[in-house]
Design a protein around this ligand. Structure first.
Ligand SMILES: Cc1cc2nc3c(=O)[nH]c(=O)nc-3n(C[C@H](O)[C@H](O)[C@H](O)COP(=O)(O)OP(=O)(O)OC[C@H]3O[C@@H](n4cnc5c(N)ncnc54)[C@H](O)[C@@H]3O)c2cc1C
Length: 438
């Protein structure tokens, strides 16, 4: 029987804070995912009193639901970044992608966070020969900005990494890794608590109200049962940002669901025969699949956008299963043990952003790439709160944009789902045409 909850949540330690939420703090952080906890850690270490409030159980959001793929990279190409922001900022965007991976890997290693970190590499697999050519060109441009440990894999060498004939080569990111996302979140939570942060679940923030300039308090933060007075506020709500909390932010962040399945235990030998390289895998096709072995090495986990709009995991399961079998036909009879969903937070610029609106700071917009980037930007957000006049990251120069008629409820996503089906057809047509030429 498939369970419709995250595989990662099975048998994990829980933290509940039964203390009363303090009435005063230097800083209130809304959202207790990687961003909020990382910011809380840095701020507490700097001697600030910090209260982190989450609407649900601590870690309810994407931070304990994701695929656990730890990597760098953005959703826009070097050329797009160059066109939009100019050469200097485009270069910094790439450099900080690398910096985010180094930051989070070090955070885990230096603090001995027990989260089953493996530096297993990530292979981006080419759906068409053209994708392989474009990846190769983009890699050259990125390396010219700042060298990093990544190489193209020729099609004939792909069997060393994966047992499928679906792909036309790939790009291997050697320093990328994999974690158990729940354990990483729990480890980060323990670090923040040990540094002095106070973290509370079941504390939905309904309003953040600026207090008059004459007062020594900056804001009042309202939850269902208390009010916290503080000097500064950081919004760390990413894909869970809703208009009821911030009209401004929710107009700028799209909550896009992603869906994941995990097979039942199929044994280490079978997993290794399907994924002999042991890498995390991500495809180039528009509705891309990402997949990996679970940390025990006995199951395969696969995620994709079964739909762009929100559907239930029960509805998503057939699409996910179909995509798994397309990659690994031998898994046709294998039972799916878990299927679940969570919200990624997409910005219209397709880049993360750290900024401030009416005195309230925010760090979000990871576009599905937050395992390394969210702890990094949370840390940078903390530095910004400590020293507002200094620029701490290039993502202060990638402002959040909005679109007409978007007020935080993405009514158009079911149309986008239909467009994605069109992309699937196009991707498959391009593939078939390339196969005929071979
Ligand atoms: C299914 C899935 C797979 C993914 N896979 C990967 C991957 O393999 N690699 C990768 O790099 N990234 C991945 N991501 C993205 C990554 O998980 C996120 O970018 C990252 O976890 C964002 O962290 P966060 O702390 O900013 O937000 P979240 O972890 O989403 O936390 C936001 C929190 O804000 C809280 N909140 C919202 N509103 C309020 C309110 N009014 N009051 C109080 N609290 C509130 C929510 O309850 C939530 O807990 C994936 C995401 C999903 C959903």
């Amino acid at each position: 029987m498939t369970q419709f909850s995250p595989y990662w949540w099975k048998d994990q330690a829980q933290y509940n804070n039964s203390d009363d939420v303090p009435k005063k703090a230097d800083i209130v952080i809304v959202g207790a995912g990687y961003t909020g906890l990382s910011a809380a850690l840095t701020l507490s270490q700097a001697g600030r009193s910090v209260v982190v409030l989450d609407a649900e159980a601590i870690g309810f959001g994407a931070s304990t639901r994701n695929g656990g793929m730890l990597g760098s990279g953005h959703k826009i190409s070097t050329d797009q970044a160059l066109r939009q922001y100019g050469s200097k900022i485009a270069a910094q965007i790439h450099e900080e992608a690398n910096a985010s991976l180094a930051f989070t890997t070090n955070l885990i290693k230096e603090n001995n966070i027990d989260c089953e970190l493996q530096i297993c590499g990530r292979l981006r697999t080419a759906w068409t020969p053209q994708d392989q050519i474009e990846m190769s060109k983009n890699l050259e441009k990125l390396k010219a900005i700042e060298n990093f440990n990544s190489n193209m894999i020729e099609p004939e060498l792909m069997p060393n990494s994966i047992k499928t004939d679906l792909y036309f080569g790939g790009q291997l990111y050697e320093d990328h890794g994999a974690v158990h996302p729940y354990k990483f979140h729990y480890g980060l939570l323990q670090l923040a608590l040990n540094a002095g942060a106070k973290v509370f679940g079941k504390s939905l923030v309904s309003k953040v109200k600026p207090v008059s300039k004459d007062s020594d308090v900056g804001f009042k933060v309202f939850t269902s049962n208390t009010i916290v007075q503080c000097n500064q506020v950081l919004m760390a709500t990413n894909g869970y940002t809703r208009p009821s909390l911030s009209k401004n932010l929710s107009r700028r962040i799209l909550p896009i669901p992603s869906y994941i399945i995990t097979t039942k235990d199929i044994g280490v030998g079978r997993v290794q025969s399907l994924l002999p390289g042991g890498h995390c895998m991500v495809e180039t096709r528009k509705r891309y699949c990402y997949y990996r072995a679970t940390p025990c090495g006995r199951r395969i986990m696969l995620g994709t956008r079964a739909a762009m709009h929100s559907i239930t995991p029960e509805q998503a399961l057939p699409t996910l299963r179909k995509m798994l079998i397309e990659i690994f036909p031998s898994l046709i009879d294998v039972e799916i043990s878990h299927c679940w969903t969570g919200y990624t937070g997409f910005s219209f610029s397709k880049l993360p952003s750290l900024g401030e609106n009416q005195g309230i700071y925010y760090a979000l917009g990871y576009c599905g790439n937050g395992v390394a980037m969210a702890p990094y930007l949370g840390h940078k957000a903390a530095l910004k709160l400590l020293q507002p006049s200094v620029n701490h990251t290039v993502f202060e120069k990638t402002p959040l944009l909005t679109r007409p008629y978007y007020y935080g409820r993405p009514w158009f996503l079911s149309f986008v789902s239909a467009i994605f089906m069109g992309h699937d057809l196009l991707d498959n047509y391009r593939r078939k045409r390339s196969l005929k030429k071979i």
